[in-house]
Design a protein. Structure first.
Length: 454
């Protein structure tokens, strides 16, 4: 009797994968206790740990990391002499933002138009399910040919560095020959892609103070300095008229020489409104993969509803700066901090607090593991060749792993293609993409084991 192809095994496992993803999405695991109860993250961590134990993982542990969150670890021993592969995902998620803008509840996996909707479905709870699918398929088809370590992070979206610090303090824990980061995505749905570069990031909160207390805008407006107006002017100094990021001393002219992102496709993916122009200069790939980008991600100020005619004594904003490969995130933090303090109008008092930071990353795509992945992706996506792209987002752990294990090969794949709308409302995952990438990962593990035996 001929064993059925591994692709058929994965297809047969998809209903179970959907049910499990629904269970995992149901946890409101935003790693910020100011927004959601910490117990939601703890429950999600326990779910992940139980899933690993059910797959015969050993040494399963909930690691208490220095930022107050938990990462989940497990080890699955392979054949004697087999290489070790570390599989990474994270179970924490971004907050759902405006829940009223979701077409279905954000923490309830909902199938619609051939996609599965829910916060974390693609980023990155789906990534953990992808790892499980690949391993289950291999176990059903003769066994997992490598030793596997799994690490599921609990605070990646917050950028608070808990797992990085833990790994540095326990360098033997995550040591591996190859590391597969399941937290990026294909350049386009159905186009198999590995990510070669990641922008790093720094996150700052800036507070502007101008008065001892709020004042009547009629009695004092026109002469008394308004902290909100000062903050607006300060934030405006971070962009040129064309939208290019302008932080004093920070280079903004690097060019991307790989896979390009046609402007029309980008406008469609980003859902840019008709008549609204893109910002910055150079190619789209230059702007989103090779250059820094500043974003004001939040402002504390009076809401429109209930606003009074007052001058504000204090105002605060949170600023994200994406830092491309070739630049140092710590140096970028210093430049951004200095810029904010130098550009405050009217002598306004400015205080800057750093709340997160991660270094950019560049993978070695010439390593042997990439050959194994290219073969696997070509088999999982018939008629398509593996592509290499950049990614504008950050995964701070990558640089920590690269520093701790300089001989390890690091590959970045995942489910976050443009239609997934990660970090936005109505995040979703393509079940077909989940199935194909799970197959690609399973075939990669097999190919990689074979290559190490040669």
């Amino acid at each position: 009797m001929t064993a059925r192809p591994i692709s058929e095994t994965i297809a047969s496992l998809m209903p179970r994968a959907k049910a499990e993803l629904a269970e995992l999405v149901a946890f409101q695991s935003v790693a910020d206790p100011a927004q959601f109860p910490k117990s939601e993250c703890e429950a999600a961590a326990n779910w992940v740990a139980d899933a690993l134990r059910a797959e015969d993982f050993q040494d399963v542990a909930l690691l208490d990391t220095p930022d107050g969150t938990q990462s989940v670890y497990g080890f699955l021993p392979g054949p004697a002499g087999a290489p070790t592969v570390l599989l990474y995902a994270h179970y924490d998620v971004q907050p759902p933002l405006d829940e009223s803008a979701w077409l279905s509840p954000p923490f309830e996996l909902t199938e619609r138009d051939g996609r599965w909707y829910g916060r974390g479905s693609a980023d990155c709870k789906g990534g953990f399910i992808m790892h499980l699918l690949a391993l289950r398929a291999l176990k059903a088809d003769g066994g997992v040919p490598v030793s596997v370590k799994v690490i599921a992070e609990g605070s990646e979206e917050q950028g608070t560095g808990g797992l990085e610090r833990y790994a540095e303090a326990h360098p033997e824990l995550l040591a591996a020959d190859t590391i597969v980061i399941g937290d990026t995505g294909n350049f386009r749905l159905g186009l198999p892609t590995v990510t070669a570069t990641l922008r790093g990031m720094t996150m700052l909160r800036v507070t502007v103070d101008t008065l001892e207390g709020n004042l009547h805008s009629g009695q004092f407006g026109g002469a008394a300095p308004d902290a909100l107006a000062a903050l607006i002017q300060l934030l405006a100094s971070l962009r040129a008229e064309d939208g290019t990021t302008t932080v004093d001393g920070l280079a903004t002219d690097t060019e991307w020489d790989g896979l390009q992102y046609p402007e029309a496709e980008f406008r469609k993916d980003a859902k840019v409104l008709d008549g609204v122009g893109l910002i910055g200069t150079g190619t789209v790939a230059d702007r989103i993969w090779a250059r820094p980008a500043v974003t004001v991600i939040g402002i504390d100020c009076p809401p429109v509803v209930g606003a009074t005619p007052s001058l504000q004594a204090s105002a605060r904003a949170q600023i994200s700066l994406r830092v491309p490969p070739g630049q140092d995130a710590a140096a970028a933090t210093e430049l951004l901090t200095a810029h904010l303090k130098a550009h405050a109008p009217w002598g306004a008092r400015v205080a800057v607090e750093q709340v997160g930071q991660g270094q950019p990353f560049r993978a070695d795509t010439s390593s042997p593991a990439y050959t194994s992945m290219a073969q696997a992706m070509e088999a999982a996506y018939p008629g398509e060749k593996m592509q290499t792209s950049g990614m504008g987002g950050s995964i701070p752990l990558c640089n920590t792993l690269a520093a701790l294990y300089p001989q390890a090969e690091i590959l970045l794949i995942g489910l976050s293609e443009p239609e997934a709308q990660i970090h936005a409302v109505n995040e979703s995952v393509s079940p077909e993409e989940l199935e194909r990438l799970s197959l690609a990962e399973a075939l990669f593990l097999r190919n990689y084991a074979e290559s190490r035996r040669v």
